[in-house]
Design a protein around this ligand. Structure first.
Ligand code: AMP
Length: 416
């Protein structure tokens, strides 16, 4: 397999799939440039080694050409962070002349790939009452035109770099299909390399004790990952809205807390499996409840299975914080996915803050810690502790699928 470190980029054009799907405000200013900043080392490496770069990305979920989702809005930010003038191709499918004219050190940015349905290969504009045959026919048409789309993108460059971990779980044109045109000239960028290294350190090479902390709202979305982690972790610390399904399934009183009644059996099954495997499951002993779902409501601390009617459990309680912190601080490998409370409201952020602080402490004592999955990343960023843990993953869905043991098309296409 080629690597960005060893590849000879001199005089070559590299087409790089980046993840520039960044949030914009009403004036089209970038409000969080983390993803652009993260892609800079890969782009710089290509340029420093005498190559030119063709950047391609999606932005939002446009259903066709939409000014609001144009990548032209973020050019100023890329230029600011990269320190190189950006040449812009207003149509990603008509950029051959601009690509051919690129000189070493130059950077061409292609317009939003998702202006074309061919990027994800899913038919658009089907009537609501379309029959199964109509759908199959439309799919066939788009799959055919997708081949041309991919071929056109590939024709711009001499080599392909995938540095978009956030979309690695999608088998899209730019994230996977294009790789087949670059049998010996395809590689991961630094983000991809680092993500895979960090996740593999946790999944394949975890020093024990390995503790996984899982939070978030619903247990139904975390079942596969809980089951997959049960094969590897010594301790599973559960927090957040999903714990109330466990507590209720065991007969506890959870008031009006989040609960998925159809998951009771699943919850009990998870507890039984963990016991059989010798995996310690930690549920919060106590809970901080609110009288309503708001920051300035009345609050109450009770055991997690004694929440009065009408109250909602919105954060773990002080005894749970103490218990969880002890487990975390005695761990050598830590994975955190999902806040243990409604951290967006300060009143219910103490639990997640304590978890983050314990992870930082463990990391300072030599543990490897990986934080991943949308909301836990937002949480660690909000607390300003992101640079005090071993690795913060940029890929929400991709990270979860990889940890669930699924093959990511974007990864497989490079390794093939
Ligand atoms: P998820 O996307 O499933 O990881 O869920 C993340 C969301 O779960 C965050 O927005 C939290 O506010 C929310 N959350 C965490 N704990 C609770 C809770 N006890 N009740 C309701 N929502 C919660």
């Amino acid at each position: 397999m080629q690597s960005i470190e060893n590849y000879n980029f001199s005089g070559k054009r590299a087409i790089i799939r980046v993840d520039f799907n960044v949030p914009l405000d009403a004036d089209f200013k970038v409000t969080d440039a983390t993803r652009i900043r993260a892609a800079i080392p890969t782009i710089k490496k290509v340029l420093e080694k005498g190559g030119s770069a063709i950047l391609m990305s999606h932005l939002g979920r446009p259903k066709g050409v939409t000014d609001k989702f144009s990548l032209k809005h973020i050019i100023y930010k890329i230029e600011e962070l990269l320190g190189v003038k950006i040449i812009f191709a207003e149509d990603c499918q008509n950029a051959a002349a601009q690509a051919a004219a690129l000189k070493p050190g130059e950077v061409l940015l292609l317009e939003n790939l998702r202006f074309y349905a061919e990027e994800d290969g899913k038919p658009r504009g089907l009537a609501e009452d379309a029959t199964a045959e109509d759908k199959a026919a439309a799919k066939k048409v788009i799959k055919e035109s997708q081949k041309t789309f991919v071929k056109t993108l590939a024709s711009y460059a001499d080599c392909y770099i995938n540095d978009a971990f956030g979309t690695a779980h999608r088998a899209h044109s730019s994230t996977a299909l294009i790789a087949e045109y670059f049998a010996n000239d395809k590689m991961f960028g630094y983000i991809m390399e680092n993500e895979l290294k960090a996740i593999d350190a946790v999944l394949l090479d975890a020093k024990k004790p390995f503790t996984a902390i899982l939070g978030g709202s619903k247990v139904s979305t975390k079942i596969t990952i809980i089951e997959s982690l049960m094969e590897r972790a010594d301790n599973l610390v559960l927090g957040g809205g999903m714990t109330f399904t466990f507590v209720a399934a065991m007969g506890g009183k959870i008031g009006n807390s989040l609960c998925e009644k159809d998951q009771y059996e699943m919850a009990l099954d998870i507890l039984a499996k963990a016991k059989a495997k010798g995996v310690n499951i930690y549920l919060p002993f106590d809970t901080l409840s609110g009288e309503s779902f708001s920051n300035d409501c009345a609050t109450l601390i009770t055991p997690s299975d004694e929440i009065p009617d009408g109250w909602l459990g919105l954060d773990i309680g002080p005894k749970a914080i103490e218990d969880f912190s002890k487990v975390i601080e005695n761990s050598s490998t830590i994975l955190w996915n999902g806040p243990v409370g409604v951290f967006e409201m300060d009143t219910f952020a103490a639990g997640s803050r304590a978890i983050a602080e314990s992870i930082v402490k463990a990391t300072e004592n030599g543990a490897f810690s990986l934080i991943g999955g949308g909301d836990s990343v937002a949480c660690i960023n909000k607390l300003g502790l992101a640079d005090k843990v071993s690795y913060v993953s940029t890929g929400g869905g991709a990270l979860l699928e990889y940890m669930e043991g699924k093959v990511l098309p974007g990864v497989a296409a490079i390794k093939a």
